[in-house]
Design a protein around this ligand. Structure first.
Ligand code: TRP
Length: 432
């Protein structure tokens, strides 16, 4: 299949604001219209449960986010649009992946580490307020991605680490059970602006500086009137540099409109007038969507039907794939015969092994090869084997630092090879 599969999830824990629209929703809807791409968009409500313990808020946010994406132009006929919790295969895959994810890998996850650091700084127990759900977050996210064999995952910078972890976990799975999972890549949209909020900092719920996306028209006007500006009086030339008003305007305007606003700034447009222009420009883009948003919000059953239809499409892929994966890991009918490949090595996956040898140059070398005999890591030559015995021992135990701290002792690896090595070390660590 040559089609690229692109997948992204939206945690259902809030109400979409203008910054979400410019930074995520609008570019994603545009990308979903590209030819040759199969897009998956889903409401990550299992993820929301990690942060939100209020049932009504989970439901409300799911409703609002579903309505927002559809109103913004996502076409559920063209893409697969579903709710995570409608796909029971996802938690099942999460468990499979959990069993081959090193705890050490999860210890390094940013969100978990940030909470631990915060606790430590405050003199609390390091794991205070850390649920196992927060700790497992990256594994659930890996299952979301790997279930649908996504090639690309458009995410913000803060999520790159999660995609890398999904890759590592997929590589470990493939190493142990054969090539079942596609290794995904993060897709970072460099050109998408982050929108400033009402106070000029990045628009974010946590700064309480957001502009609602589908607030009624008059409320939008009122919110924009509250945008920070400097104290230059009407008639005084104004700087576009560092102006939140100008930046937001630019995110909605075309080149000619932006140029006209730039000139108005130079000519000393009054802030009140500039805000009114900004309001009208945003409203021009948003108003038609607001109408369909309001319509959808008034008919939750319609949204539910759309999500159910999406879940049927998603499960048409997930159910058979999960059956294959169950079979792969050995959860299978008892009267079924073992696969030939498994009987050959008595059902035990072949582990990576370390080989030592002497070359014609008289020097000693070692290398790590995987179960199929493919080279994973090649050392340089040593005068005596004892010079590398400690590092070799550590590698055999799957300790990645043996490689990371002594990269000069090995032939260089590209990204793909580094991932393969890391997956192999992970297997060694877990199989001990
Ligand atoms: N963690 C993502 C966020 O907070 C949401 C998410 C959950 C996601 N599962 C995903 C994104 C899978 C991409 C792919 O933004």
């Amino acid at each position: 299949m040559s089609e690229q599969r692109v997948l992204t999830g939206i945690t259902t824990s809030g109400t979409p604001h203008l910054g979400n629209y410019v930074g995520a929703i609008r570019p994603a809807v545009r990308a979903s219209l590209q030819a040759g791409v199969q897009s998956f968009y889903f409401l990550a409500d299992y993820h929301a449960l990690i942060k939100v313990g209020e049932p009504a808020r989970i439901q409300r946010s799911t409703l609002e986010i579903a309505a927002t994406w559809l109103a913004a132009g996502l076409d559920p006929e063209r893409v697969i649009f579903y709710r995570q919790s409608d796909i029971p295969e996802i938690p099942e895959l999460t468990w499979f992946l959990t069993c081959l994810t090193g705890k050490g890998l999860l210890n390094r996850a940013h969100a978990y580490k940030a909470q631990v650091d915060k606790n430590t700084a405050a003199g609390h127990d390091p794991d205070a307020e850390v649920s196992a759900g927060l700790f497992m977050y990256p594994v659930l996210m890996a299952a979301d991605i790997l279930m649908f064999k996504a090639h690309r995952v458009p995410v913000g910078r803060d999520q790159i680490q999660h995609i890398e972890m999904a890759r590592d976990i997929a590589a470990s799975f493939n190493h142990l059970y054969g090539p079942q999972l596609v290794l995904p890549e993060a897709d970072i949209e460099e050109t998408v602006a982050t929108l400033p909020g009402l106070d000029g900092r990045k628009m974010s719920k946590s700064y309480d500086n957001t502009i609602a996306l589908f607030a009624p028209r008059e409320l939008l006007r009122k919110q924009i009137a509250g945008l920070v500006t400097d104290s230059r009086a009407p008639g005084e030339p104004k700087s576009t540099e560092g102006s939140a008003l100008f930046d937001i305007y630019q995110a909605f305007a075309d080149a000619a409109e932006t140029q006209a606003m730039r000139e108005a700034f130079a000519q000393g447009i009054a802030w009140g007038e500039a805000k009114e222009r900004l309001f009208e420009r945003i409203d021009r883009e948003i108003a038609p969507m607001r109408a369909s948003y309001d319509e959808l919000m008034a008919h939750p059953q319609r949204l539910e039907d759309i999500l159910q239809a999406g879940a049927r499409k998603a499960r048409a892929l997930a159910t058979p794939f999960m059956a294959e994966l169950r079979e792969c890991v050995g959860l299978r009918s008892l009267h079924q015969e073992k696969k030939v490949s498994e009987t050959k090595n008595a059902g035990k996956p072949s582990l990576p092994t370390l080989k030592q040898y002497r070359e014609k140059d008289g020097r000693f070398y070692f290398k790590l090869v995987d179960g199929q005999g493919r080279l994973l890591l090649q050392s340089v030559g040593f005068a005596h084997p004892r010079e590398f015995s400690e590092i070799a021992n550590k590698l055999q135990q799957g300790k990645a630092e043996a490689f990371e701290q002594h990269q000069d002792l090995f032939l260089p690896l590209n990204d793909e090879e580094t991932h393969a090595l890391q997956a192999a070390l992970n297997i060694l660590r877990l199989q001990k």
